[in-house]
Design a protein around this ligand. Structure first.
Ligand SMILES: Cc1cc2nc3c(=O)[nH]c(=O)nc-3n(C[C@H](O)[C@H](O)[C@H](O)COP(=O)(O)O)c2cc1C
Length: 190
């Protein structure tokens, strides 16, 4: 795998002293803008907060309890929204796919410019809609934290222990098939 993909992970123990330049932050959002979209509809929108500004503080205020313990230490928070058209099931489905692709591209661009990216569903979307006056045909789905992992020795035990947990995936043989559903396409791989 490409090293950008191999080195991506969702950290929690960010360094509260690390900041991100506007330039690096812009490249991350731009990577999301350039993600493919169904029918070229480009339904994805971004609300960008950099630590120290009002947008960041407002986004911190929407975090649910589990994320409020670590995400305020990030250098930036990006609220990722997509079109909300339940009346059009096809657009509705693919708008969410488009958002996922944008988040994936942003996460890899974050790694490329020396940061870690951590996607979150744990935030109050309704509060974000109110705070930013998000139009009714848009829905916020993901809040993406961008940060720099801190020296583990400086982290609270709970955050350090969660970050140190081994990462794993289902074996490739259980998720990739050929010929027939359930028949592995490849040999064993972790
Ligand atoms: C849509 C989505 C929502 C997520 N929401 C949260 C969240 O609210 N809080 C959190 O700590 N992690 C959240 N995660 C991160 C996952 O827990 C993480 O990606 C998963 O454990 C795999 O770890 P890895 O990213 O290090 O490979 C979310 C991930 C995705 C894709």
């Amino acid at each position: 795998m490409h090293e950008l993909i191999e080195s991506r992970w969702s950290a929690r123990g960010y360094d509260p002293g690390a900041s991100i330049s506007v330039h690096d932050l812009e490249t991350i959002v731009d990577a999301g803008r350039w993600a493919p979209t169904w029918g070229r509809l480009q339904p994805v929108r971004f609300v960008v907060g950099k630590r120290g500004d009002d947008t960041f503080d407002t986004l911190v205020g929407t975090l649910t309890r589990g994320n409020a313990g670590w995400a305020p230490r990030s250098a930036a928070l990006i609220l990722v929204c997509t079109s909300d058209r339940p009346d059009d099931p096809k657009e509705h489905t693919y708008a969410a796919v488009d958002l996922g692709l944008a988040v994936a591209q942003m996460s890899l661009q974050a790694v490329a410019v020396g940061f870690n990216a951590h996607p979150m569903a744990g935030f109050d979307a309704a509060a974000a809609v109110r705070a930013f006056d998000i139009p009714s045909d848009q829905r916020p789905l993901v809040l993406l934290a961008i940060g720099v992992p801190a020296d583990p020795a400086t982290l609270p035990d709970e955050i350090r222990e969660r970050d140190e947990q081994p990462r794993s995936r289902l074996p490739l043989s259980e998720v990739a098939f050929a010929g027939q559903w359930g028949t592995p396409a490849f040999g064993e791989r972790d």
